[in-house]
Design a binder for this molecule. Sequence first.
Ligand SMILES: Nc1ncnc2c1ncn2[C@@H]1O[C@H](COP(=O)(O)OP(=O)(O)OP(=O)(O)O)[C@@H](O)[C@H]1O
Ligand SMILES: [Mg+2]
Length: 280
Amino acid sequence: MSNTSSDTTEDESLITTEVETGSANWSPALGETAVAARDLNVFYGDEQAIDDVSIEIPEKRVTALIGPSGCGKSTFLRCINRMNDMIDVCRVEGDVEFGGKNVYDADVDPVALRRKIGMVFQKPNPFPKSIRDNVAYGLKIQGYDGDVDARVEESLKGAALWDEVKDQLDSSGLDLSGGQQQRLCIARAIAPDPEVILMDEPTSALDPVAASKIEDLIDDLAEEYTVIIVTHNMQQAARISDRTAVFLTGGQLVEYDDTAKIFEDPEEQRVEDYITGKFG
Ligand SMILES: Nc1ncnc2c1ncn2[C@@H]1O[C@H](COP(=O)(O)OP(=O)(O)OP(=O)(O)O)[C@@H](O)[C@H]1O
Ligand SMILES: [Mg+2]
């Protein structure tokens, strides 16, 4: 794998080493790997939530994580940008590689990591601040010395929200509708110019029209970013993702393949049963 962050500045880069990657079922058509987990095990106290997961997630594609409640999808997602660090009882074993570096190496700064790997949650969570300050939040922390207003505009356009809010940038982010709030959170996530965007059920709290806007947006985002999305909505996974990873109870990654293959002709009976609604 080549160094995927050659465009980052020296001090921002998380990369100090080149790491060889490659796996038997890897298709060159998918391009470079953005994120790879190797022999990942995650525990909450004595309870295992992720069981020996290895996966390579392609850059600038949409990868969906599906599976029944409690199978470890959110846990896996949070491993990628070390959000699990915030949970005391959580213990992570194994590697998560990003840009040729294990994000769990002692010299990785989780705050810098989260600028490169942003996250959007199920419930829109704008800060009680103006729309402008919500989007500029990450830039301020980062000490961004460019044109903040220009970046705010660019990010709101990238999140397909600009036209709806351009005349009210000083009003509170909390005054927006749920769907607009979620797009505001996406704008906030893309403002620091990440490489990867993690989304944990980003449309499940939204009405179908707002959800469909976010789906269209995800499609556009994948031209520039790697999107990894957890969803309980099979149709959504089938519609918007290029690759689908199926987790099943016990935190096992049971099947991972092109989305069409997973939905039309999965290898595993358990996957077919889950997808067709026989359990889960
Ligand atoms: N903060 C936590 N403390 C202790 N156990 C946790 C914590 N978060 C998750 N778990 C446990 O880890 C397992 C996986 O949970 P996780 O939230 O990752 O599942 P999920 O696939 O995202 O489920 P859902 O679809 O319901 O969101 C579950 O057994 C859950 O109870
Ligand atoms: Mg979850």
